[in-house]
Ligand binder design. Sequence first.
Ligand code: HEC
Ligand code: HEC
Ligand code: HEC
Ligand code: HEC
Length: 128
Amino acid sequence: MKKVLGVAILAGFMFSILMAGGAWAQIKKDVITYDVPYGKVTFTHKKHAETLKIDCLKCHHDWKKGETSGKLCKDCHKATKEASKAGKDIIAKDAYHKSCKGCHDDLKKANKPTGPAGCTQCHVKAKK
Ligand code: HEC
Ligand code: HEC
Ligand code: HEC
Ligand code: HEC
């Protein structure tokens, strides 16, 4: 047991060294989920950035080139217009929809591989 644990810790240590040089040094989660009433959205953050090679700044539009961390969407885009003043009144729901669904829609129109653009394809209701 001790030996297995040692190997696991060593592997984790090596991994962190490997990652320390890249943008992923700042990223903690590979997958981000939004468990909202309309249905759970599963966002494969790492896949979008690393495998699909979408520029960080395409989504993190307020970061400067080279930055790998900073304010997140909901720091500016709030649930209501009143609260969202900093984000020019663009509420969180619209910000995500324009960013996520917007890109999926554009790629679909261009006949390129894309993610879900239909409401219930992206929002998945938990099975009862
Ligand atoms: C397709 C859009 C998209 C791309 C591309 C993207 N991100 Fe993100 N990222 C998000 C969203 C959405 C969140 C969740 C923040 C929220 O909902 O407020 C997030 C969260 C984060 C977080 C905080 C959570 C964590 O894991 O620590 C960091 C740091 C981050 N992104 C860094 C990056 C970096 C660095 C890149 C480029 C290598 C990148 N992101 C590319 C959309 C994206
Ligand atoms: C520091 C505050 C801030 C953060 C953080 C931020 N935004 Fe924004 N966002 C704004 C402001 C201000 C605007 C208004 C237009 C502009 O300046 O680009 C905007 C505009 C947008 C728009 C364009 C809306 C339109 O009508 O065309 C989208 C989409 C968007 N944000 C999505 C996001 C997403 C997704 C994230 C997180 C990955 C995010 N924003 C993080 C402040 C922010
Ligand atoms: C700039 C374009 C772009 C943006 C922005 C974007 N996506 Fe995607 N997304 C894609 C592409 C391309 C694929 C198809 C991947 C493939 O070919 O397997 C995809 C696939 C997906 C999938 C299918 C499962 C998977 O992981 O492959 C989901 C779910 C998804 N995206 C959710 C989101 C969410 C949620 C956001 C916003 C936080 C988002 N996407 C933002 C381009 C984008
Ligand atoms: C590409 C993925 C995607 C697609 C397609 C999409 N959404 Fe969303 N939706 C999201 C994300 C991400 C959020 C933000 C969740 C949060 O604020 O935490 C969201 C938020 C919401 C919310 C607010 C949260 C709640 O449950 O009350 C509603 C309502 C909603 N979406 C309905 C829809 C409807 C209706 C459609 C179809 C017209 C749709 N969505 C299409 C990703 C998507």
